[in-house]
Design a protein around this ligand. Structure first.
Ligand code: GLN
Length: 289
């Protein structure tokens, strides 16, 4: 037995292992203890979740127990569960994620919902997802709207490689990864819709030191001292790239709604509106050219 193992599990039953691991994980501020214990045990054993539930009295093989102990130790040291598993659920998809990409959040699905509100779903459209990271937003929209051409930009080559691998694994032929700093290589007046979950946390925000955030790419979380710097640039470039009547929808912090509506208006986007996430907080602002 490795004396660094935080929970004594070798040769133990599945139910005891999960119970002890969940108790240990409850010490982490933002963990979902039981779910995470199950996900780590699935990762360590290769078993289906139904098997963990249906056969709680099964004993773990020593190799699986050791793997589980190692994964649990990483999680207890604060590493995000998504990076340990290398996967994250988003929309209807199961996506590859690495420390080169932000971990897709449930509140970001609001951007996908807004895209799907556009009328005439079968009409061909050109849309862009800026700073795509793992490709989550682009992949979700492309999977729901096969008639649309989706461009997924990122300036990080490592993030774009993850996005490309997700698009390929999901068999999405209508989404194209593109190395770009926001919209710089995109033709003027060429897009019907621009979506972005840009960095919007101000560099001094203590939230950057909490939960999963210290493990995520800094450049995907914060644009620097001014949390609105990236959104300001996106708004300025979007008005060049949108077709007349085109839409820009951008995710932002819960306290940035009024400021984002203001800067959308300053750039000539009409009727900026802010939508709430599931927690009832300002999360996405949209405006029309
Ligand atoms: N929603 C993330 C968080 O605050 C931030 C993501 C971003 O900056 N785009 O946890």
């Amino acid at each position: 037995m490795n004396k660094d193992t935080p929970v004594d599990i070798q040769g133990r039953r599945v139910d005891q292992t999960l119970c002890d691991a969940a108790a240990a994980l409850a010490s982490l501020p933002q963990a979902a203890p039981r779910l995470e214990a199950e996900l780590l045990l699935i990762e360590a054993t290769g078993w289906a979740r139904t098997r963990l539930v249906a056969w709680p009295e099964a004993h773990l093989e020593p190799v699986a127990a050791a793997r589980f102990a190692a994964l649990l130790a990483r999680r207890l040291a604060g590493e995000p569960i998504a990076y340990i598993r290398g996967r994250q659920a988003f929309w209807t998809l199961d996506l590859k994620v690495t420390p080169d990409t932000l971990i897709p959040r449930p509140e970001t699905e609001l951007l996908v919902e807004i895209a799907l509100e556009l009328p005439d779903p079968d009409r061909p459209r050109r849309i862009a997802d800026l700073g795509t990271g793992s490709g989550a937003i682009a992949a979700a929209v492309a999977s729901e709207r096969p008639a649309w051409q989706v461009i997924a930009t990122d300036r990080s080559a490592d993030a774009l490689a993850v996005a490309r691998s997700n698009f390929r694994d999901l068999g999405l032929a209508n989404v194209r990864p593109l190395s770009a700093d926001w919209l710089s290589p995109i033709a003027s007046c060429s897009l019907d819709l621009i979506l972005a979950n840009p960095p919007y946390v101000a560099a001094a925000d203590p939230h950057l030191d909490q939960g999963d955030l210290p493990h995520e790419p800094r450049a995907a979380l914060t644009p620097g001292p001014d949390g609105l710097a990236a959104i300001r640039r996106i708004a300025a470039e979007a008005v060049r790239c949108l077709r007349p009547g085109g839409l820009l929808a951008v995710e932002h912090g819960f306290d940035q709604g009024a400021a984002v509506r203001g800067l959308f208006g300053d750039h000539g986007l009409r009727d900026p509106q802010t939508r709430h996430d599931l927690a009832g907080l300002d999360r996405v602002t949209l405006g029309q050219l």
